[in-house]
Design a protein around this ligand. Structure first.
Ligand code: NDP
Length: 245
């Protein structure tokens, strides 16, 4: 890890935590911040991590474990300056078949898990009068999707969270934004039947799914100095699928 600003960056390396960086979009976001010369850590459950990423193990459903993981990271790297709350799950089924457990678990990881992380990092950010918080939502949170009542509810709630954080902490140099990906080539979309994938592609103006790197680029921007006046915003990375929502 470099101690001085890496080539191409205009600032000292920041401490960046990306949750769930062992695979998918989170992995790509973490790799991008490493390439930009930041000090990158992740809170994750299992699997291997990209080179240069410090890992602390915790399940997003466990407040004490999440707090302990942040403490572990901060002892190693210092206070968190950038948080990307990325860890998320789906448990899709039609509304009338959706159990309380299906609903509660998705909310616990996607919404309450994000809350646990945001709450934990903001104390240090307020003290430093600096922070960048990026919540990974989904086009589905704004557009709706059959079979995803639990997931869509968890993801749209992140918009209210980001806007409330912005109103509470916007005067302290802290921004909180939502990045709302459309369909991205990851394990989550690979699990969809081919016919469903084709139907979705036909509805996307760009005519294709995105690569995780395309989400990572938007996250890097919104966490950058250039985006210091952008807060409470929802940034779609969806090939036009959710336009107007
Ligand atoms: P993946 O399923 O590939 O990865 C999900 C990540 O979340 C994994 O690192 C996983 O860890 C972690 N995670 C899940 N549950 C927990 C938990 N209880 N505690 C800690 N970590 C957990 O998903 P994607 O990369 O596709 O998605 C990343 C984010 O982007 C999610 O929030 C998703 O909702 C959102 N998104 C994805 C889209 C897509 O098309 N793929 C579209 C729109 C939004 P583990 O490996 O241990 O399970």
């Amino acid at each position: 890890m470099t101690e001085t600003a890496a080539p191409g960056t205009t600032h000292e390396p920041r401490v960046v935590v990306v949750t769930g960086a062992n695979r998918g979009i989170g992995r790509s976001i973490a790799e991008r911040f490493v390439a930009a010369g930041e000090k990158v850590a992740t809170i994750y459950r299992s699997g291997d991590l990209p080179a240069g990423v410090l890992g602390a193990v915790a399940d997003m459903r466990d407040s004490a474990a999440v707090d302990a993981a942040f403490a572990e990271i901060e002892a190693e790297l210092g206070p968190v300056q950038v948080l990307v709350a990325n860890a998320g799950i789906t448990k899709d089924t039609l509304l009338m078949r959706m159990s309380d457990e299906d609903f509660a678990e998705v909310l616990d990881v996607n919404l309450t898990g994000t809350f646990r992380c945001v709450r934990r990092v903001t104390k240090g950010m307020v003290r430093a009068r600096y922070g960048r918080i990026v919540l990974i939502s989904s086009v589905v949170g704004l557009y709706g999707s059959p079979g995803q009542v639990n997931y869509a509810a968890s993801k749209s709630a992140l918009v209210g969270m980001a806007r409330s954080v912005t109103r509470e902490l916007g005067s302290r140099g802290i921004t909180c934004n939502v990045v709302a990906p459309g369909y991205i080539d990851t394990a989550m979309t690979a699990a969809l039947p081919e016919a469903t994938q084709d139907k979705y592609k036909a509805a996307i103006p760009a005519g294709r799914f995105a690569q995780p790197e395309e989400v990572a680029a938007a996250v890097e921007f919104v966490a950058s100095e250039s985006a210091s006046y952008i807060s409470g915003a929802v940034i779609p990375v969806d090939g036009g699928l959710g336009m107007g929502h």
